[in-house]
Design a protein around this ligand. Structure first.
Ligand SMILES: O=C(O)Cc1cc(O)ccc1O
Ligand SMILES: [Fe+2]
Length: 449
């Protein structure tokens, strides 16, 4: 153990700001001053660069961090394929999970808790588009875990950035760059390559993950909204340096690489980063801090007004992935059908519910820990009972979604569903479409002349 007089930072201590250049040292003087890679870094540490964009990426996109650690990350045995209970590694070499693209509206009952697995073995790919090999697209995972990762195990994904939407429980995430405690109603992002270990201080956890195979999340433009609102930059929290000193015990390093799991051994902790600086780091955000904007006159705005984070494609305004939430909010629109309009979109919409009830689905069936997918041009909108109620409601100001939090992963890509998502999970609702829209009646009355 390091002598405690040097460990001046507490376990969970954050630095605030989105896309802010942060620096942190767990021992004073561990960060070199005025240089990144001195001949001898302070205290005999190794300097290591972790890049999240190409070296030559434009400045406004460039994300890299410098890590000062006891041993470099490269000090491990070769990786061997490893089977996990949720992803098989015995497929032919390039077998990415197969996606079934189907135009039906899909909805899933709540995914089960699973006390028998840890974080790594809890990841089930349910839907996605593109391919981590080509660094295109995204994957959507459901996780449900009840066990801590082994005390000497760490994990990273080479495939993309994990946006973790916690639905149940608390995640204690020890990352190379420090610790994050992710609590109910919080999300967190762990960028590609960062090594971490997940423990469960309050028991079982469950939730959703969007893995972004290309680019990184940014805050949406605010346009005429101005310089504040939606998710404010200062509410994003990055960890501070926190390290262990263990160069004698055996560790297993797990890598998700092209959708498959590999394991390597090393004789030292991966969590030995004494100091770091840069723009490439994990962070968390409390959805309760979202400053929700909406119509204060009439009509229902596009849900893009609720975007927390976006990952743009090369075409500005068109996202590979938007993370959108439906927080508690006031509806005051006059002469307005207040729930979502009926729609067919060129974008696909994967939705989940963290808790409470979503205001477009009064008829039930969209439950916390469940999900829905409305793919490219798949027609959807309020269910029949929501339509009936909203068309006849007295239009006084009402607060909707009290205690509720729905979210959407929206993508320009056509999202396919995996075999697990369609069949093995056994959660697909056979009657979703009929249940939601089958009871819609024509109200058309031709004007009499
Ligand atoms: O389908 C949904 O419930 C999500 C959604 C909400 C909304 O207010 C407008 C469009 C939209 O796709
Ligand atoms: Fe929609």
């Amino acid at each position: 153990m390091p002598s405690t007089q040097f460990v001046i930072k507490e376990k969970y201590r954050y630095q605030n700001g989105f896309n802010s250049y942060h620096e942190s040292e767990a021992i004073e003087g561990a960060l070199p001053i005025g240089t990144n890679s001195p001949q001898k870094p302070p205290y005999g540490l190794y300097a290591e660069k972790l890049s999240g964009t190409a070296f030559t990426a434009p400045r406004h996109e460039n994300q890299q961090s410098w890590l000062y650690r006891i041993l470099p990350a490269s000090n491990h045995s070769p990786f061997e394929p490893r089977e996990s209970s949720s992803s098989k590694t015995d497929q032919e070499p390039s077998a990415q999970e197969k996606f079934f693209q189907i135009p039906n509206q899909l909805r899933w009952d709540p995914f089960d808790m699973d006390d028998t697995v840890d974080w790594v073995n809890s990841l089930h790919l349910v839907a996605g588009a593109g391919d981590p090999v080509m660094k295109t697209g995204l994957g959507v995972f459901i996780f449900a875990a009840g066990k801590d990762m082994d005390s000497h195990e760490a994990f990273y994904s080479a495939d993309g950035d994990f946006l973790i939407v916690l639905q149940h429980g608390v995640l204690d995430i020890q990352t190379e760059l420090g610790r994050l405690l992710v609590r109910p109603n919080e999300i967190c992002v762990i960028p590609r390559g960062i090594r971490y270990r997940v423990t469960l201080p309050s028991g079982p956890v469950r939730g959703y993950i969007l893995e972004l195979y290309q680019g990184h999340f940014t805050l949406p433009e605010l346009g005429p909204i101005g310089s504040n609102c939606l998710a404010n930059a200062r509410d994003f929290q990055a960890p501070t340096a926190f390290f262990d000193e263990d160069t004698s015990s055996s560790w297993t390093l797990l890598s998700k690489f092209a959708g498959r799991l590999f394991a390597a051994k090393q004789n030292h902790t991966p969590f030995d980063v004494v100091a770091w600086h840069g723009l490439y780091y994990p962070y968390k955000y409390d959805l309760g801090r979202f400053n929700t904007i909406g119509s204060i006159s009439f009509d229902h705005p596009d849900p893009s007004i609720f975007t927390v984070l976006t990952a743009q494609s090369d075409h500005p305004g068109t996202a590979v992935a938007d993370f959108v939430i439906f927080p508690p909010r006031w509806l005051v629109g006059e002469d307005t059908f207040r729930p979502p309009w009926y729609h067919r979109n060129t974008m696909s919409e994967f939705m989940g519910l963290i808790g409470g009830q979503y205001d477009a689905k009064e008829g039930g069936g969209f439950q916390p820990a469940g999900a829905s997918l409305h793919n490219v041009m798949s027609a959807h909108g309020p269910d029949a009972s929501t339509h009936e109620k909203a068309s006849n409601a007295e239009l006084k100001p009402v607060k909707v979604g009290e205690g509720s939090m729905a979210f959407m992963f929206e993508s320009a890509l056509m999202v396919g569903v995996t075999e697990w998502g369609l069949k093995q999970c056994a959660k697909v609702q056979a009657d979703y479409s009929e249940h939601s829209w089958g009871a819609l009646k024509p109200h058309f009355k031709r004007p009499s002349n």
